[in-house]
Design a protein around this ligand. Structure first.
Ligand code: NAD
Ligand code: UDP
Length: 341
């Protein structure tokens, strides 16, 4: 295998994918992005080029297009696939479950079939801490029971199981299932970051849009959770730490030989909504007006990772702190108040 063989990055124009392209290039890999741009802009890849000096390979297309995949795999002979492509809005998944099963489960199945036909058996899959449902205790280890409370989460559970079945049926597959906690922040250049369509669902982009004046105030979903300050607690991981976690997982996957591994990518630290607001106000110097409202349906009190397995297996751990997360998110928001538009 030569180093010039690319790494196919499905969904690589998106939030986590674009940051992972930067980390891949910095580690000497050649990303080849396949994205249908349903939730992203190709401008993100022009920005990746401005950061790294290298333009990622680019194919506009859909992972459900079997003929396109066959052609791409034959022509470019990638060493591995990092599979980010999918839909990720929990609320939308409740309204439109079939779109989620079609894109996430159907799309992944078509991708895996194309890989199998091409003799390519190395894949890193974007799973999520949502597969732990409402955990009985924190921190969460990889061997905790899994459950789903919405179609998005169920699509991740199903794909995890498909990968497990596939690896049993053909032990030559090398499979990484990476369970992300809450990805936030942006590249320190301020050139790439999260660019949600419409009003953000997630806490961090909501906070930055309030601070920049696009939204009037943050609604804090519940002040009566069984947590130290009554607000929800999560494990917020800087997106560049997450990106570097993929590079570590790729190196391990390519070196360690056949098999499947599952790791949490989180910091191991729980941060409440109010702690996040305070950290953001401190680092940005901007006020974030908020009011405490009802709990959001489907939310849980607390969720954070036990990151020990990733440290042991991948020799990787998150190293950017909450102030860095807030400063980088704010730099991106200020420089791009309307995102890539
Ligand atoms: P994103 O929406 O920014 O990126 C996903 C990309 O996939 C987008 O560029 C979109 O255009 C593309 N895409 C979607 N369907 C496609 C298809 N059928 N064919 C080709 N391209 C397609 O989201 P993200 O935050 O970067 O998430 C990446 C992955 O990580 C997703 O699988 C998501 O479920 C998972 N994940 C995200 C989070 C999070 O909070 N952001 C947490 C856990 C897991
Ligand atoms: N949250 C909030 N207001 C918002 C968005 C989120 O109070 O506008 C809270 C939410 O209840 C949870 C935390 O922030 O406790 C993280 O929510 P997010 O949607 O970012 O991620 P989740 O962990 O739900 O996937």
């Amino acid at each position: 295998m030569s180093m010039t063989q690319p790494i196919l990055v499905t969904g690589g124009a998106g939030y986590i994918g674009s940051h992972t392209c930067v980390a891949l290039i910095e580690a000497g890999y050649a990303p080849l992005v396949l994205d249908n741009l349903c939730n992203s802009s190709v401008e993100s890849l022009a920005r990746v080029q401005r950061i790294t000096g290298v333009r990622p390979g680019w194919i506009e297309g859909d992972i459900r297009d079997a003929a396109l995949l066959e052609q791409v795999l034959a022509e470019h002979r990638p060493r591995a696939v990092i599979h980010f492509a999918g839909l990720k809005a929990v609320g939308e998944s409740v309204q439109e479950p079939l779109a989620y099963y079609d894109n996430n489960v159907g799309g992944t199945t078509i991708l895996l079939q194309a890989m199998q036909r091409a003799g390519l058996r190395n894949i890193i899959f974007s799973s999520s801490a949502t597969v732990y449902g409402d955990p009985a205790t924190v921190p969460i280890r990889e061997d905790f029971p899994r459950s789903a409370t919405n179609p998005y989460g169920r699509s991740k559970l199903i794909i995890e199981d498909i990968l497990d079945d596939l690896q049993r049926a053909d032990p030559a597959w090398r499979i990484a299932r990476l369970r992300y906690f809450n990805p936030v922040g942006a590249h320190p250049s301020g050139l790439i970051g999260e660019d949600p369509r419409g009003i953000p669902n997630n806490l961090m982009p909501y906070i930055t849009q309030v601070a920049v004046g696009r939204l009037p105030a943050l609604q804090v979903f519940g002040g009566d959770w069984p947590t130290p300050d009554g607000t929800g607690v999560r494990d917020y991981i800087h997106v560049m730490d997450l990106a570097e976690g993929h590079v570590a997982a790729l190196a391990y996957l390519l070196e360690a030989g056949a098999g499947m591994f599952t790791v949490n990518l989180g910091t191991g630290q729980g941060v409440s909504v109010l702690q996040m607001v305070q950290a953001f106000e401190r680092t940005s110097g901007h006020q974030v007006p908020y009011r405490v409202v009802e709990r959001r349906a489907g939310d849980i009190a607390a969720c954070w990772a036990d990151p020990a397995r990733a440290r042991r297996l991948l020799h990787w751990q998150a190293r950017r702190d909450l102030d860095t997360i807030c400063a980088d998110a704010w730099r991106w928001q200020q420089a791009n108040p309307r995102g890539y538009a």
